[in-house]
Design a protein around this ligand. Structure first.
Ligand SMILES: [Zn+2]
Length: 366
């Protein structure tokens, strides 16, 4: 049976306002939203001081450094318990936490409300849900997303509300509040519902993790990984253990940051990545949407190298805004996403379109 696997990159969410990874740092350095109060201004000031004194960058150069080049040395120093250019391990941990939070805040504040009539996310979700609704026992598609935003999650939850069908994140999740009514995928199937596989391989803004029991808590509406929601969130299951007397276990965001030292030892990420490997190995057609296929995503690239079947057709949907150029007639073609796809997949690459995600979703048939 045919199976389509969608692999979504930052370009998928860009028409909804989300910045590219390359633009994230610029947005953070220019951010002046006051919804979050003074700590945010203080964190941005400290980030600028850090980029100036540890990376020797002038203010006008700071926005151009890759996030990987900030995170990787920080992660390395933390793992070796070494200081970084005069910053103690404690100081760089603090900078790292603040940068994580700033990324979540800026990403969240960038999302715009699309007109429901032209909302391609809504159309995408409704097409997928309709397919499942008509053929609940089929397994004709799944989604692998590298994005943290919850634009699609919100729409899936809305469409599935009141039914016994659920989003299957590929890991074990529980509701952040006991009345959140998160039904595990296996239970959903026994109740006659269907599941929609949505594998967020870099984590999600609506996930928090308990460092004690390793559970992932999901909220159906809130971006609980953003601090204003995170404050005071404790593991409601570990609360029944002895250390609850010391204030309980604080939950923390479950997001993989852009670094060359990705820690894949986490049990829930292992489950998600194993499921992603399985989906890729069963695919007859993989559609990459808004994903520039960067070398920095070496974990995803090795997964694809190992599991994409010989006879699988690869399609790519890009847009000029997510860095589609330079095109084949240019001397710099070898730096383009198209070249990266072509050199990686060879004859399995069947089509590269520059029409963008909205046009693709409009024409999508399942
Ligand atoms: Zn726990």
């Amino acid at each position: 049976m045919s199976k389509k696997v969608f692999v979504l990159g930052a370009g998928f969410s860009m028409p909804a306002g989300a910045p590219s990874q390359a633009a994230l740092l610029r947005k953070i350095l220019q951010y002046n939203g006051n919804n979050y109060g003074n700590p945010v201004e203080q964190w941005i000031r400290e980030l600028k001081e850090f980029l100036s004194s540890a990376f020797i960058l002038d203010p006008e150069e700071m926005e151009n450094i890759c996030l990987e080049d900030i995170y990787t040395p920080i992660d390395k120093c933390i793992s070796e318990n070494s200081s970084f250019r005069g910053y103690s391990v404690e100081a760089i941990k603090k900078i790292q936490n603040q940068l994580n939070t700033l990324i979540a805040i800026v990403l969240d504040s960038s999302i715009i409300n699309l007109d429901p009539k032209s909302d391609y996310n809504e159309l995408f979700v409704s097409k997928l849900v309709s397919q499942k609704h008509e053929h609940p026992t089929t397994d004709k598609f799944s989604i692998i997303s590298t994005n943290w935003d919850i634009i699609l999650d919100n729409r899936f939850f809305r469409h599935l509300r009141g039914s016994s069908s659920v989003v299957d994140y590929g890991c074990q999740v529980a509701g952040i509040d006991s009345n959140d009514n998160i039904i595990p995928p296996l239970v959903a199937k026994t109740k006659g519902g269907y599941t929609i596989k949505f594998l967020k391989i870099h984590g999600s803004l609506n996930w928090l993790k308990c460092p004690n029991c390793q559970r992932i808590y999901v909220s159906k509406n809130e971006k609980i990984a953003i601090p204003e929601h995170t404050l005071e969130k404790k593991c409601r299951i570990c609360e029944r253990q002895a250390f609850a007397a010391n204030g309980g276990i604080n939950l923390s965001p479950h997001i993989l940051m852009p670094t060359f030292l990705k820690s894949m030892s986490d049990v829930q990420f292992k489950l998600i990545w194993n499921q992603a490997a399985k989906e890729i190995s069963e695919a007859s057609n993989i559609v990459f949407i808004g994903y520039s296929f960067p070398q920095a995503d070496f974990e995803l690239r090795q997964l694809l190298a190992r599991h994409v079947p010989n006879d699988c057709n690869i399609e790519v949907v890009l847009h000029s805004e997510d860095g589609s150029g330079p095109l084949p007639n240019s001397d710099l073609y070898w730096t383009s996403p198209e070249f990266r796809y072509k050199s990686f997949f060879g004859k399995r690459l069947k089509n590269v379109s520059y029409a963008g995600v909205e046009e693709y979703v409009n024409a999508l048939r399942l």
